[in-house]
Design a protein around this ligand. Structure first.
Ligand code: AMP
Ligand code: MN
Ligand code: MN
Ligand code: MN
Length: 283
């Protein structure tokens, strides 16, 4: 059976989503998803639950995660798919990547307090499902709750981003480590939503070249974070670099996400889908 509706990128309460792995699986199945992956940020703690829930709905499953990487003064996200979720090296690498989030959050709260918004650390914590994974998204929900901003996109325009109150630069994993943790655990590394990064043309070329050299094999072409023009642009990049193509909504929450699970255009037909190459890893 050839798969058309694959959704290989979304987040649960194990990172910065608002639904449980079980609620996401039910929503994906209701939307007609045939192959699903839960890709929590820097964390694989939800994988066993996600697989069990996928099975209960008759969906095929690929293990997943989305690793935060520092590259050229920018944060780049690398999705891992189809790895062994019990790999010690991967779990240890992710644990190290998560460490430091609490201190970063306290600094973010300090800046927000100085900007006249007190109590944001405690406020953000109310939204955190995984004490190891306090993220900017949780602060954004608090800033909306207290009426500082109307919605989370306004938060990321006015706060928590470079040049704005609450922005704390952070050193994440290296590109090489992230790709290696994934591939050595039997999975495929995929560059997430490439259009989102503020990289020059040279830096973007370096990202794709180095990613390939480290063993990366895929790029997200159809994602909730891309426009239609960007689907075409990164379809071309996939061909240029000989990468296979992934598709995923990057769904976080029914209240915040524009793109629902499985509700995306199909991958352009001439590209090789990541799930063709990962057929042995589908559960
Ligand atoms: P962190 O890992 O703590 O830096 O948080 C990054 C998360 O913030 C991303 O995974 C998104 O969920 C969210 N985010 C970042 N930028 C934006 C934006 N412009 N609009 C909405 N959400 C964003
Ligand atoms: Mn997120
Ligand atoms: Mn991302
Ligand atoms: Mn994501």
């Amino acid at each position: 059976m050839s798969i058309l509706n694959a959704d290989l990128h979304c987040h649960s309460v194990v990172s910065d989503g608002t639904l449980s792995p079980e609620e996401l699986a039910a929503r994906a199945a209701a939307n007609g998803v045939e192959l699903w992956s839960l890709t929590d940020h820097d964390e694989v703690g939800g994988q066993h639950r996600a697989l069990a829930a996928a099975r209960s709905h008759g969906m095929k499953y690929l293990t997943g995660t989305e690793i935060s990487v520092s590259f050229a003064d920018e944060t780049v996200h690398i999705v891992g798919l189809g790895f062994d979720a019990d790999s010690t090296e991967l779990r240890e690498g992710l644990r190290r990547t998560r460490s430091g989030r609490r201190e970063r959050a306290m600094e973010m709260a300090g800046q927000l307090a100085a900007a006249g918004i007190p109590g944001s650390y405690e406020g953000a914590l109310k939204y955190v499902g995984n004490p190891d994974l306090i993220s900017r998204t949780h602060f954004a929900r608090f800033l909306v709750e207290v009426g500082v901003c109307r919605d989370t996109s306004e938060v990321f325009r006015r706060y928590l981003t470079e040049g704005n109150p609450g922005y704390v630069p952070h050193r994440w994993a290296s590109l090489k480590s992230a790709v290696q943790w994934i591939t050595q655990a039997g999975g495929m590394a995929v560059i997430a939503h490439p259009a989102r990064y503020k990289l020059t043309a040279n830096e973007e070329f370096a990202l794709f070249s180095e990613f390939k050299a480290h063993g990366g094999q895929g790029v997200e072409v159809v994602t909730g974070s891309h426009t239609t023009a960007e689907y075409a642009r990164y379809a071309e990049t996939a061909r240029e670099f000989g990468l296979c193509a992934s598709r995923g909504s990057d769904f976080h929450s029914p209240d915040e996400s524009h793109t629902d699970l499985g509700q995306l255009p199909l991958l352009p037909g001439e590209l090789t889908p990541v799930w063709d190459v990962l057929s042995d890893r589908i559960l």
